[in-house]
Design a protein around this ligand. Structure first.
Ligand SMILES: [Zn+2]
Length: 587
C-alpha cells in the first residue's frame, strides 16, 4: 500500500491534462477538456478531462478514472507499474517496498527472461551451430549491422537449449512458461522450449523491453511463422513491430507493412519509419496506437489476395479514427523486400512518394466492379461512389473527388451533388443510431462488470451511487451520513465495499479522493466510480446535505425490501407487520 502523501504528490505533479495531452489532443470546453477517445473509435469527441478532480470519463464507451487508471489502460500496465510510470515521468522515486505486487514482479521476471533469451538466441546465431540461421539472414540480404540492430537470433533444434541456459541464470520453470518461452509437456511433468530450429526476431516495445518473439522456420515444417502468445507483458493486438525505432523517425508518415521481414528489409534500405502488426490481422487497437505517433499511414501490402484483403481491413480501421491513408502498389505483384532488392531503394522511395490515397484506390477498385460503358453500370457505380465519398470527413476532399467523378463520367456535378447530400444525410443518421446503441451497450457492460447487482436492485443502486458521488465530491457529508447509514444497509455489494472504504478512511482522518481509491479497483470499477462523481457533479447545484439524507432513506428502505425478498422464516403475518412499519417510516 502506497502512502497518501506519495499519491498526493504524484497526482499534483502529473496533472491529467498534461499526461493525457501526450496521447490525445484535447480542447478546452468550460472548466473541462474534450477530445477523441483513445479507447474506442469515434469522430465526435466524447472523451472528457476534469482537471478539478484529476480524472477522465468517456461518454462513448464508459471508460473513466483517475490519472493512474488512464495510464493503466493506455499503456496496458498493472496498477503499481502505472504508478511507477508516472513517478518516472516526473522524476519521483518509488517509496521503498512498494514493489511487492506479485503481478508486477512476474512481469519484471518475464521481461528479464525475454532479454536473456534474446541474448542467447543472438549469441547462438554467431556460434558454429547457428550457421544455417546466419546463412538465411544473409540470403535475404540482411547485413550484420541490421542483424545487430534488430537483435536477430537463432533457436537451435533442441527441446532443452533455452530452458537449461535460463535455469543456470536462476529462472524457474514457472517463469519460463509464463513468458511463453517454454511449454508444459502433455503429462504436465516436464517443460520444453517452444521455439526450435527457427530464426528468432525479438519484439521490442516503445520503452525498449523485449516483450515477445517471432520465429520463422528454415525448412518446410509448420507453422511457417510462430509468434509468442499473449502474456502479462505482451498483447498481440496492442503492439506493432519496430515502432520503437519508427517513432524516432523524422518523417511525417509511418509505413505499415504486412510482416516483420518486410519491415527489417525496409529499415535496412533506409525507411526507418516502417512498422508491422504481429501475426496476421490488423486491429482497431493497432490503428489507435498508430494514431498516437502519426497522422498519415502509407500501406505497403502484398498484391496477392490475402494482402489485398488485409489492406482493405486496415484501411477501414484507419479511416475510422481519421488517419490519412495512402497506398503503395508494387508493380508485378512483388513484395517490398523483393522490389527493393531488384530495383534499389530510390525506386521504392518514388513509389511511396507517388502512392495514391485510399479514395483514389477505392474508386478504382469500385470501377472494376461495374460496366461503365452501360447506363446501368454507370448509375450503379455513381451511387456507390457517392456513398464512398460521403464517408470522407473533409468537405474539400469530397468536393475535389466529386468534380473528378463528374468529369470522368461526363455527368453534371449538380446531379452528383444532390446524390451526395442524400448519402451524407443517410450516413449521419446511421452513425447517430450506431453511436447511441454503442453508448447504451458500453454503459451497461461496464456497470454489469463492476457492479452486477445494480441491475437487480435498480432503485437501491441508484440511490447508493447518488450518495457515494455526493460524498466523493463533499467528504464533509460523511459527518452527517455516517451515523445514519451503516455499510451493511447498502444493497449492492460493490457500493457497500466503496462506502466501507470511504468510511474507514474518513474515520482515520484520511483524504477521500478518486486517486486514493485507484489502488483497490480495476479500470472497469474505477470507471463506475468516476461515473458516480461525474453524475453527482452534474447535479451539483441542487445537491445539498438534505438530498444526501434523502438518498440514505431510500437506501434504508431498499435494504429492508431486499431482506424481505430473501426466503425467510417469517410468517406471512410478520411480513405484513414489517411492511406496515416501513409505510410508517416513509411518512
Ligand atoms: Zn471512449
Amino acid at each position: 500500500m502506497l502512502p497518501d502523501s506519495f499519491i498526493q504528490e504524484l497526482n499534483a505533479k502529473n496533472d491529467i491534462e498534461s499526461v493525457v495531452s501526450s496521447y490525445v489532443s484535447m480542447k478546452r470546453r468550460g472548466r473541462n477538456l474534450v477530445g477523441l477517445c483513445p479507447f474506442h473509435g469515434e469522430k465526435t469527441p466524447s472523451f472528457n478531462l476534469y482537471p478539478e478532480t484529476n480524472s477522465f470519463y468517456c461518454f462513448g464507451c464508459g471508460a473513466g478514472g483517475d490519472v493512474v487508471t488512464f495510464i493503466r489502460k493506455i499503456e496496458n500496465l498493472s496498477y503499481i507499474d502505472a504508478v511507477k510510470f508516472l513517478a518516472d515521468r516526473v522524476g519521483m522515486s518509488m517509496p521503498e517496498q512498494s514493489y511487492n505486487d506479485v503481478t508486477a514482479k512476474q512481469r519484471m521476471r518475464i521481461l528479464e527472461a525475454n532479454r536473456e533469451a534474446a541474448r542467447l538466441f543472438h549469441a547462438f546465431l554467431y556460434s558454429k551451430g547457428g550457421r544455417a540461421g546466419l546463412e538465411y539472414y544473409h540470403s535475404r540480404g540482411y547485413t550484420d549491422a541490421t542483424i545487430r540492430r534488430f537483435g536477430l537470433g537463432y533457436a537451435p533444434q533442441s527441446f532443452d537449449f533455452l530452458r537449461s541456459e535460463l535455469r543456470k541464470k536462476g529462472f524457474h520453470d514457472e517463469e519460463l512458461v509464463l513468458a511463453w518461452l517454454c511449454a508444459r509437456s502433455k503429462n504436465g511433468r516436464g517443460i520444453y522450449d517452444i521455439f526450435r530450429n527457427r530464426v528468432m526476431i525479438p519484439i521490442i516495445d516503445v520503452r525498449g523491453n523485449v516483450i515477445a518473439f517471432g520465429g520463422r522456420v528454415l525448412d518446410d515444417s509448420k507453422p511457417k511463422y510462430l509468434n509468442s502468445g499473449d502474456t502479462l507483458v505482451f498483447k498481440k493486438s496492442n503492439n506493432l513491430f519496430a515502432l520503437n525505432y519508427a517513432k524516432q523517425g523524422k518523417t511525417d508518415h509511418l509505413i505499415l507493412c504486412e510482416g516483420y521481414m518486410d519491415v527489417i528489409a525496409l529499415h535496412q534500405a533506409g525507411f526507418r519509419n516502417a512498422v508491422a502488426a504481429l501475426g496476421t490481422s490488423f486491429t482497431a487497437d493497432h490503428a489507435r496506437l498508430l494514431s498516437r505517433y502519426t497522422d498519415e499511414v502509407v500501406l505497403v501490402f502484398d498484391a496477392d489476395n490475402a494482402g489485398q484483403k488485409g489492406a482493405q481491413r486496415a484501411i477501414a480501421l484507419l479511416r475510422d479514427i481519421g488517419l490519412r491513408i495512402r497506398l503503395v502498389t508494387i508493380p508485378d505483384g512483388k513484395d517490398p523486400d523483393e522490389f527493393i532488392k531488384n530495383n534499389g531503394p530510390e525506386r521504392f522511395k518514388l513509389l511511396v512518394e507517388r502512392a495514391s490515397n485510399d479514395v483514389e484506390y477505392r474508386l478504382i477498385e469500385l470501377g472494376k466492379r461495374h460496366l461503365l460503358n452501360t447506363t446501368d453500370g454507370k448509375v450503379n457505380y455513381l451511387k456507390e461512389a457517392t456513398e464512398l465519398l460521403a464517408g470522407l470527413n473533409s468537405p474539400l476532399e469530397r468536393d475535389v473527388y466529386l468534380g473528378r467523378l463528374a468529369a470522368d463520367l461526363q455527368v453534371s456535378k449538380t446531379a452528383l451533388q444532390s446524390q451526395l447530400s442524400y448519402q451524407l444525410k443517410r450516413r449521419q443518421k446511421q452513425q447517430q443510431d450506431k453511436q447511441f446503441t454503442q453508448v447504451i451497450r458500453h454503459a451497461e457492460a461496464s456497470t454489469q462488470k463492476a457492479n452486477p447487482d445494480a441491475k437487480i436492485h435498480v432503485r437501491g443502486a441508484g440511490a447508493e451511487e447518488g450518495l457515494l458521488g455526493a460524498i466523493l465530491l463533499n467528504p464533509d457529508y460523511l459527518t452527517a451520513v455516517a451515523p445514519l447509514l451503516s455499510p451493511e444497509e447498502m444493497v449492492t455489494p460493490f457500493n457497500r465495499k466503496v462506502y466501507e472504504q470511504l468510511l474507514s478512511r474518513y474515520h482515520q482522518g484520511l483524504g477521500i479522493e478518486l486517486s486514493y481509491l485507484s489502488e483497490w479497483y480495476d479500470p472497469d470499477e474505477m470507471a463506475y466510480i468516476t461515473k458516480m462523481v461525474r453524475e453527482a457533479r452534474e447535479r451539483v447545484s441542487s445537491l445539498t446535505i438534505e438530498e444526501a439524507k434523502r438518498y440514505v432513506s431510500v437506501i434504508k428502505r431498499e435494504h429492508q425490501l431486499a431482506a424481505l425478498r430473501q426466503p425467510s422464516e417469517l410468517t406471512p403475518e410478520q411480513i405484513q407487520e414489517k411492511l406496515n412499519a416501513m409505510k410508517q417510516m416513509k411518512k
